[in-house]
Design a protein around this ligand. Sequence first.
Ligand code: AQP
Length: 343
Amino acid sequence: MASTAPTSSSTRVLSGIQPTSMSQHIGNYLGATKQWVTMQHDHDVFFFLADLHAITADPPEPAVLRQRSHQAVAQLLAAGVDPEHSAIFLQSHVPGHTQLSWVLECLTAYGEAGRMTQFKDKSARGERVSVGLLTYPILQAADILIYQAHQVPVGEDQRQHIELTRDLAQRFNTRYGDTFVVPDAFIPKASAKILDLQDPTAKMSKSLPDAGTLNLLDDPKVLTKKIKRAVTDDGTEVRFDPVAKPGVSNLLVILAAVTGSTPDAAAAQFDGQGYGALKMAVADAVVAFAEPFAARVHEAMSDPGELDLILARGAERARPIAEATVNDVYDRVGFVPPLARPR
Ligand code: AQP
């Protein structure tokens, strides 16, 4: 195993979020970042903003991407990710991610990359399908393996990508000797897949039409309107049944996750009441969470210098680990190391 692996007493945790929008949605929070906050106290944690991934679909204007990256840091702070405990950094600040990605790309079969469901879904949706969209799960594997991470807290949609990461780690280890920790996905049981409010067969996503997405920085009136218009079904009974009642069950999952309950217990409160009462309760709970969250984001955004400092400190923690892994990997693959010449 590479010397960059943490000792057995410290489980290393790595995860990322793409700055593909000005706001996280409630699925990103409940599926991923909420777990980051709880894991940061007793693990060795690294959280990055996947700005390289954020240009795989339609690359945004440069100024917009920069602002989204700052917004994303501010939102991690607002969610409770503490830079004293967690290394928070930008993927583009650590060159090792792309250096390792190339080696892993060469170990990945073309058909294997094309089978990723996110690639199939996004390429079916988008007009422009870049090679980056095809190879992004491999860069994601590099993002994880380069830190020798044990656990990767993500939503259900990322399960297949973590499987690919595990396969690539094992493939490399078999061919070149024990090098990578083979990581496990850490997927929350209850809120692993928050569904789109307008299409409760699809996951809530930043890149789907806005009406079905609860952005945490939406105005409270907008959040309330989106929840009131959420697609349910033509029944009346509030019951947790994800197969028969996906829209209602999705609302119950959100309500339970935000209020610290379970979907069944949340459903029991609405015995004899209709969907209108459920929607009002969900709207009140989401707004009660989102309003102070937005205030914390605005406060953090008022000091961009501090955000850059947090990113610089995070990258300083991440870079030496990444460099050591890349050096080890390049050596094992057989690349001749550059001669360090005395100046
Ligand atoms: N609907 C969801 N429910 C639960 N978890 C979710 N995640 C995303 N959507 C849901 C989790 O959020 C983390 C960060 O996601 P991401 O921004 O890196 O990319 P994504 O999974 O592709 O999320 P989006 O919102 O759908 O973004 P776009 O539209 O830009 O691709 C991940 O851990 C993810 O599992």
